[in-house]
Design a protein around this ligand. Structure first.
Ligand SMILES: Cc1cc2nc3c(=O)[nH]c(=O)nc-3n(C[C@H](O)[C@H](O)[C@H](O)COP(=O)(O)OP(=O)(O)OC[C@H]3O[C@@H](n4cnc5c(N)ncnc54)[C@H](O)[C@@H]3O)c2cc1C
Length: 336
């Protein structure tokens, strides 16, 4: 590659080559490294999503002296829950406190920059990738990491959103202990209902199943265990500031409940991986290998956008692993 620009001359001086050799070749790696160190729109890695997976990756890359940009739109999926659990050293803390501390610790590494914005477009370029944002900024990097999470889709039932993350919960490992022994419903209408019931019965033996319409699965096993399956449509959830009191059915019946489990359907929070051509698997997650590499060379993904195992610990661990592999690729090349 032959480039004759001011930055090329500066680069030649810095890497000790003679400026008079006007057509001296510069490798694309040298140019990218130089540019990324001297231009605040060029990076070695752009991390899209600055929550648990993204910040964990940013810490590892910052500690590896890599020039990194974290673009984050500030909407982690757990923002509705007052307290996060089952994350060692942080059990019971507010999610925002945990991520604020994480960001403060990452910000101490001066090769890591932050940009609070929504990444809207992504494109492959000759030397890596270009990302555009909602505020009109354009950034480039050799590698990308998507730590963008998912968006849960809640049913359009009054009270559901208000209770989500408080008493309408998705995961017994996150919140089951807090509602152990309490009157519990499971909002489900597919073949997973029986297994879902068995798992939740570890925490409480007061369980009903709400199918919100005619049940579409075999109820024999639940009937044998004398578990009540209510097939009426749920009209609304009665609650006090997100604390569930009862569910009200279209028949007018009510049923007192303290907690309701629901595994929501979801969409990817960010459409750029699909735009770029990353494979999305059958469950709707970005397909990654054991090293968090997507199907597209140079693009990695970590956290909820890649796995149904949703937890702060798993998202952080995946971010940590993706970053080590990114650093490895930046040093050794893609096929090492
Ligand atoms: C209600 C609820 C309660 C939970 N409680 C617990 C708990 O108690 N304990 C536990 O271990 N786990 C809990 N979880 C699971 C846990 O919150 C997730 O596993 C974890 O947040 C995943 O981290 P992540 O970084 O992958 O994604 P997220 O935390 O969802 O973060 C994704 C980030 O990417 C950003 N983003 C997305 N698209 C873009 C874009 N285009 N441009 C810029 N930024 C973008 C978002 O704004 C967000 O900040 C809970 C989940 C929910 C939904």
């Amino acid at each position: 590659m032959f480039i004759e620009t001011t930055s090329r001359r500066t680069l030649l001086k810095q890497i000790g080559r003679t400026v008079s050799a006007i057509t001296l070749p510069i490798s694309s790696q040298e140019l990218i490294k130089f540019n990324s160190m001297h231009d605040n729109s060029q990076f070695e890695v752009i991390i899209i999503g600055g929550s648990y997976a993204g910040l964990s990756a940013a810490m590892t890359l910052g500690r590896s002296l890599k020039k990194v940009l974290v673009i984050d739109s500030g909407k982690p999926c757990n923002r509705f829950t007052p307290h996060a659990h089952n994350f060692i050293t942080q059990d019971g803390k507010k999610p925002a406190e945990i991520s604020a501390l994480a960001r403060q610790q990452v910000a101490q590494y001066d090769t890591v920059s932050f940009h609070n914005d929504l990444a809207t477009q992504g494109a492959k370029t000759e030397y890596g990738f270009e990302i555009q944002t909602n505020l009109g900024q354009t950034f480039t990097a050799q590698k990308l990491l998507f730590a963008t999470g998912i968006k849960d889709i809640l049913p359009d039932i009054d009270g559901f959103t208000e209770c989500w993350g408080k008493t309408v919960i998705h995961c017994p490992y996150c919140h089951g202990y807090e509602v152990r022994g309490r009157k519990t419903g499971i909002f489900v209408n597919d073949e997973s209902a029986v297994d879902f019931y068995k798992i939740i019965s570890n925490w409480t033996d007061s369980i009903i199943i709400l199918t919100n319409g005619k049940a579409t699965f075999d109820q024999a096993e639940l009937q044998e265990r004398e578990i009540l399956v209510m097939e009426n449509t749920v009209t609304y959830l009665e609650h006090e500031e997100g604390s569930l009191k009862k569910i009200v059915l279209d028949s007018g019946q009510t049923h007192a409940l303290d907690a309701l489990y629901f595994r929501p359907p979801f969409v990817q929070h960010c459409a750029i991986p699909q735009q770029l051509g990353c494979t999305i698997n059958e469950s709707g997650h970005i397909e990654v290998d054991d090293f968090q590499k997507t199907s597209l060379p140079g693009v990695f993904a970590a956290g909820d956008c890649t796995t149904p195992f949703r937890s702060l610990a798993i998202a952080s661990a995946q971010g940590n692993k993706a970053a080590a592999m990114l650093n490895h690729e930046l040093i050794m090349g893609e096929h090492a």
